[in-house]
Design a protein around this ligand. Structure first.
Ligand code: APR
Length: 233
C-alpha cells in the first residue's frame, strides 16, 4: 500500500456544476449576479454583515440539498489504486458526501461557522442558517467559515507541501483565476503529469506534461480515472 503513487486533485466550482451548484465565472455564474465587494470581503462584512450572512445562508441551503455527481464519485474510485488527496477550492461538502477520504478545503466550508475575532473557534452549523446574534462561546458574532477575498489562505502551506510531493496532479473544474490556489499547478516537480478536466481550457503557462480533457467532469473524470486505475494495476 505504501508504494502507491500519490495523486493530488485540485478541484473548483466546475466539479459541482452538474450537481446544480453555480460556478463563479461562467455565464450566469455567481459573480455575475453578486458583487464580490458586497458579499465576499472583510469590508462587506463590516459594512453589511446581514447581507453577507444571507448570501452564504442561501448558498449553504443549496449546497446541503445537492448530491455528488459521477465526477465526485470517480475521485473516490481513484483511491482503489492511488493515495489520493483532494485539495478543493469549493466550500460545499460534495467530495466528503461522495466518500473521498482526504479532503482539504482551501477556501473554507459552508457547513461550519467561526468566531468573528478568533479564527481558531470553529463550529459545525446545525441546519442551514447563521443568524445575526448567533454567538461563539466567547460571545462574538459567528460568521461563515469562508476565506474571503483579501484574507489569508491558512491551508495554503499544507496544500503546497502535498502538491510538491505529488506523482500526478489532476485539475478539475477551476478557471485558475484565483491565487494563491491557482499557483498549485506550478508547484509540481518537473515531469509530473498534469491532467486538466474542464469543458473550457484554463490558461496554464508552460504546457509541458499537461493533458487537457475538454469535457464536463461527469464524463471526463470517470474515463480518466479508469485509465489511471489501469495504469496502476
Ligand atoms: N465540469 C468541469 N468543469 C466545469 C464544468 C463541468 N461540468 N462546468 C464548468 N466548468 C469549469 C469552467 O469552464 C471553469 O473553468 O469550471 C470552472 C469554474 O471556474 P470559476 O467559476 O472561476 O470557479 P473556481 O475556479 O472554483 O473559482 C475559484 O474563486 O470566487 C472565488 O473563492 C471562490 O473558490 C472560488 C475561487
Amino acid at each position: 500500500m505504501e508504494n502507491r503513487k500519490k495523486i493530488v486533485v485540485l478541484s473548483g466550482a466546475g466539479i459541482s456544476a452538474e450537481s446544480g451548484l453555480a460556478t463563479f465565472r461562467d455565464s450566469n455564474g455567481l459573480w455575475e449576479n453578486y458583487r464580490i465587494e458586497d458579499v465576499a470581503t472583510p469590508e462587506a462584512w463590516r459594512k453589511n454583515p446581514a447581507l453577507v450572512q444571507e448570501f452564504y445562508n442561501l448558498r449553504r441551503k443549496q449546497a446541503l440539498a445537492a448530491e455528488p455527481n459521477p465526477g465526485h464519485r470517480a475521485l473516490v474510485s481513484l483511491e482503489r489504486g492511488y493515495a489520493v488527496t483532494v485539495i478543493t477550492q469549493n466550500v460545499d461538502n460534495l467530495h466528503e458526501k461522495a466518500g473521498s477520504a482526504n479532503v482539504l478545503h482551501l477556501h473554507g466550508e459552508l457547513t461550519k461557522a467561526r468566531s468573528t475575532y478568533d479564527p481558531s473557534l470553529v463550529y459545525d452549523i446545525d441546519g442551514w442558517e447563521i443568524k445575526m446574534g448567533d454567538r461563539c462561546e466567547r460571545g462574538s458574532q459567528l460568521r461563515p467559515h469562508i476565506v474571503w477575498f483579501g484574507e489569508a489562505v491558512p491551508m495554503m502551506d499544507v496544500a503546497m507541501d502535498l502538491t510538491e510531493e505529488a506523482d500526478i496532479l489532476l485539475v478539475v473544474g477551476t478557471s485558475l483565476a484565483v491565487y494563491p490556489a491557482a499557483g498549485l499547478v506550478y508547484a509540481v516537480r518537473p515531469g509530473v503529469p498534469v491532467y486538466v478536466v474542464d469543458p473550457n481550457t484554463p490558461d496554464i503557462r508552460n504546457r509541458k506534461n499537461v493533458t487537457f480533457i475538454t469535457e464536463p467532469a461527469s464524463t471526463g473524470l470517470p474515463r480518466l480515472v479508469d485509465q489511471l486505475l489501469k495504469e496502476a494495476a
